[in-house]
Design a protein. Sequence first.
Length: 311
Amino acid sequence: MGRAKITVVGAGNVGGTVAQRLAEKNCYDLVLVDIVEGVPQGKALDLMQAGPIYGYDSRVVGSNGYAETAGSAVVVITSGVPRKPGMSRDELLATNARIVQGVVREIAARSPEAILLMVTNPLDAMAHVAHRVSGFPKARVLGMAGVLDSARLRAFVAAELGVSVQSVQAMVLGGHGDTMVPLLRYTTVEGRPIEDWLPKERLEALVQRTREGGAEIVGLLKTGSAYYAPSAAVVEMVEAILKDQKKVLPCAARCDGEYGIRGLFVGVPVKVGRCGAEAIIEYALSPAERTALAASAAAVKELCDIVDRLP
Ligand code: APR
C-alpha cells in the first residue's frame, strides 16, 4: 500500500507551512495546488530538496490544476484571500465563498472519498459551502478553528503560570470569530480547574487575548495573517484522521440537533478518526455557556444565509 495522498489547496502561508509540516512527517505524499503559476511548483521542489537533509522521502508535487489530486484521502483547503489589518473575517465572505465553491467542485469530482478540512475564513461559513457543493456526508467535512483557538488559550495560560503547555488543557467552542466560546470549566492544568490557578480578572484578560488572537497577529504582520499555529492545528487534525486516532478535538462540524443547533457548522468537541467527524460529544454546558454558543451559532447562520443567496 502506498502512502496516503494529501492535497493542500492554496500554496500560501498556511498551505505552504501545512505542506512542510506534513512532508516532515515522512508518512504522506503531498499535492500542492494554487492558482498562481509557478508558486506551488516552486514550493513543491523546495520541499523535495529539503528531504535529504531532514530525512524524508515524502513526494511533493505542485500544480495549477487538479489532475494530480485524484484519489486524495484528505484535502486541506486554504485557498482564499487573507485578512488585512482592521478587516473582519466576515468581510472575506463573498470572495472566499466563490473561491471555495470552485475548488470544492474540482476536488469532489476527483476525490469522491476524501475528507475535506476547511481552513479558509470565515471558517464556519466556508465549511457550510464545502458541504453543500461537495454533497459529501457531513462526517467528511470538518473545519479547523477550535484546535487553534484552544492552543492560543493554552499558550497564554501556560506562560502566565510558568507551566508547560503540555499540562494545560482547554476547549474553545463556537464560531471562529469574536463570538468564540471558551469553556473555562473545562480549562484545566493537570485536572485542576483554571479558576483555582488564576484570579478572575487575569483569566478574563487571557480569554480576551485569545478572542483577538488572530487580529493581534494580523496587526503585527500587516501583510498577512497567522500561519505557524494554524498549520500546526491542521496537522494535528490530519493525523487524527489518517492515523484513526479518535482524538476529541474542538472542530467546526455540522450539528443536527447537538447543542440545540440545527443544520450549521459550529465549533464543537468532535471525535476525529478515519471516518472524519465520527461523533459530536455533548458536554454539559452552564446556562451562560449555552446562551453564548447559541449567539455564536446565530452569527454563523447569518453568514450562511448570505452565502446561500449569493448568485
Ligand atoms: N484556487 C487555488 N488557490 C487560490 C485560489 C483559487 N481559486 N484563490 C486564491 N488562491 C491562493 C492564493 O494564490 C494564495 O497563494 O490561496 C493562497 C492563500 O494564501 P495566503 O494569501 O498566503 O493566505 P494564508 O495566510 O495562507 O491564509 C489562507 O486561511 O487562515 C485562513 O483567513 C485565512 O482565509 C485565509 C486562509
